[in-house]
Design a protein around this ligand. Structure first.
Ligand code: PEP
Ligand code: MG
Length: 589
């Protein structure tokens, strides 16, 4: 009989296949006593284990580089950082020396302590990091044991991965050609496993408490990654309706592939520039630069966060040059260091703040430590000799802050000119609009800015006073709020009135349900994570500007978020489905 399990929708899409159960815990860990004279030998084994895991993580990262979004490959950097953390190493060594236990047991104990620390954290995103620590422990112990994990082969048959959880290292052990879906007992939307599943385009449902008890290897199942449900032993009716959905999913994918290089233009001929967001030079390897107008947001802080100390000016120049080469002559907008808030910089002492999102972050920190800004801007200027670079300032709240940055930039240009170092003397300086007060001071700020970019991730969070990482209120974080739409309208009107280019680089730029509204509000530049480009492009090609304007006008005049969402469902989703020739079952916004 068919049974339905309800879990958390972690990666969209539908899959039908038999389950293969994976048991990922390493039972029977060898245990022995280590006398003091053998402690050094155990420490040598520790070095070996670290080397083995480092190698396998680097190999996996390389293997996945072409298959998943560049910034998601960073998940493995986070794991490498744990393996190479001197504190972790010291803790393991102390465990061996102080308690006379072998390395396998020391790993287990230290990992368990680290897991507990992460699990006790307030932020759900940080709690999810416990899974990474667990995964590291598993890899380190497996690396020491002769029964090391072997790669799974599917023998040409499609399957669903079922396990207690999907951990980053699993991606390397699975036969991905035939992996159709993922179902796990644990894990959340923010877990690295969920991020990887989304990046790999594999439907996933997590948090299915009893999935390992309710299934055995071979159980037929339907994974609905849109609804967060799994149907075990589905009946004819379930199968028929999901097979129809699968056909539709394939037709959407075909259409998306067809439009990949087509112009980003509405049916009545209005061009909208589509740009990509990047967090790393590596991201650029996987971006089809022919299909975009440039890199609309290069989040430089991630390159700083991966390191153990501040990059020197020359190191930064090399990085920015590589980014510009990767962009193949298209403009690259480098945002200056935006650390603080949810982005810590390990080697820079940050205060413990009660409200870090309202604290010392972005441009505030850089203006307090002008050397950081000075070095970074000089490096971007030097790289700008190679092509079209632009500078973007994060978290700006006043004209005064922009003025100070302009002064630094002016001084640097003058220094470089005097010393004969190549640079673009007319480099554009842009301002991010992500703090609500900017909407009110925009007319004062615009004369100092060459362009503006709306960071809706922070702007929405501040406008609605909702911390996205706080589960209790996360539902209230809804950019379709009519108040948010009105603010977006005001920004684009004021910027256009002043003749300044304005883009959106927050997540809504990549949300295809938003595209017609943004075009209707007047936005003509959208910068997004590359995976969203095809859907946004397809959406753009299916609504005339007049239709977009009508939708935007109706949406902004509504009195509730629910009403806007209903409009989106009825007008945008229906049209999209008709455009695709489907049946109206595409995932709802
Ligand atoms: C934003 O706030 O929308 C933005 C693009 O910046 P980040 O997401 O990096 O904070
Ligand atoms: Mg931001």
């Amino acid at each position: 009989m068919a049974r339905k399990l309800k879990g958390i929708a972690a990666a969209p899409g539908v899959a039908i296949a038999p389950v293969v159960q994976f048991h990922t815990t390493l039972d029977r860990i060898p245990t022995w006593k280590v006398p003091p004279e053998k402690v050094e030998a155990e420490k040598l084994r520790l070095q070996d284990a670290i080397a083995v895991v480092t190698q396998s993580l680097l190999a996996l990262q390389k293997e996945l580089a072409g298959a998943i979004a560049g910034h998601d490959v960073r998940i493995y950097d986070a794991q490498l950082a744990i393996v190479h953390d001197p504190t972790f190493r010291r803790d393991v060594e102390n465990e061996i020396a102080a308690h006379g236990v072998n390395l396998e047991v020391a790993f287990q104990r230290v990992i368990a302590r680290y897991e507990a620390v992460f699990e006790a954290m307030d932020s759900p995103a940080m709690r999810e990091r416990a899974a990474d620590v667990r995964d590291i422990g598993r890899q380190l112990v497996a690396g020491l044991m002769t029964t090391a994990r072997t790669k799974h082969t599917a023998n040409g048959r499609d399957y669903l991965f079922a396990a207690d959880e999907f951990l980053p290292s699993d991606a390397g052990m699975l036969d991905r050609r035939h992996l159709r879906g993922i179902v796990t007992a644990h894990g959340g939307k923010y877990s690295h496993g969920a991020i990887l599943a989304r990046s790999l385009g594999i439907p996933a449902v997590v948090g299915l408490d009893n999935v390992m008890l309710e299934t055995t290897t071979g159980t037929n199942a339907i994974v609905d990654g849109n609804a967060g449900t799994v149907i075990l032993d589905p009946d004819e009716e379930d199968l028929a309706s999901y097979e129809r959905l699968l056909r539709e999913q394939r037709s959407v994918e075909r259409r998306l592939a067809e439009v990949r290089f087509q112009p980003s233009v509405t049916p009545d001929g209005t061009h909208v520039q589509l740009l990509a967001n990047a967090e790393n030079v590596r991201d650029l390897d996987n971006i089809e630069t022919d299909a975009i107008a440039g890199i609309g947001l290069f989040r430089t802080e991630f390159a700083f966060m991966e390191r153990r100390q501040f990059p020197t000016e020359d190191e930064q120049v090399a990085m920015y040059r590589r980014a510009m080469e990767g962009a193949k002559g298209k403009p690259v907008t480098f945002r200056t260091l935006d650390v603080g808030g949810d982005k810590p910089l390990g080697y820079f002492r940050m205060p413990n703040e009660r409200n870090p999102v309202l604290g010392w972050r972005g441009i505030r920190l850089c203006l307090d430590w002008p050397d950081i800004l000075y070095t970074q801007m000089r490096a971007i200027l030097r790289a700008s000799a190679l092509g079209h670079a632009r500078i973007l300032l994060p978290m700006i709240t006043s004209r005064g802050e922009v003025l100070r940055c302009r002064e630094v930039l002016g001084q640097l240009v003058e220094d470089l000119r005097k010393t004969g170092i190549a640079h673009d003397p007319n480099i554009e300086l842009g301002v991010m609009i992500e703090v609500p007060v900017m909407v009110h001071v925009l007319p004062d700020v615009l004369p100092l800015a060459d362009f503006v970019s709306v960071g809706t991730n922070d702007l929405v969070q501040y406008l609605l006073a909702v911390d996205r990482d706080n589960q209790r209120v996360a539902k209230m974080y809804d950019p379709f709020h009519p108040g948010v739409l009105r603010v977006l309208k005001q920004i684009v009107d004021v910027a256009n009135g002043a003749g300044k280019s304005v883009s959106i680089c927050g997540e809504i730029a990549g949300d295809h349900w938003f595209t017609p509204i943004l075009v209707g509000l007047g936005y003509r530049e959208l910068s997004m994570a590359p995976v969203f480009l095809p859907r946004v492009r397809l959406m753009l090609r299916s609504f005339t500007v007049a239709e977009c304007r009508d939708l935007a006008a109706r949406a902004t005049s509504m009195q509730s978020t629910a009403a806007v969402r209903k409009l989106v469902e009825e007008e945008i989703q229906m049209r999209w489905t008709r455009f695709l020739g489907g049946t109206g079952e595409e995932a709802k916004p």
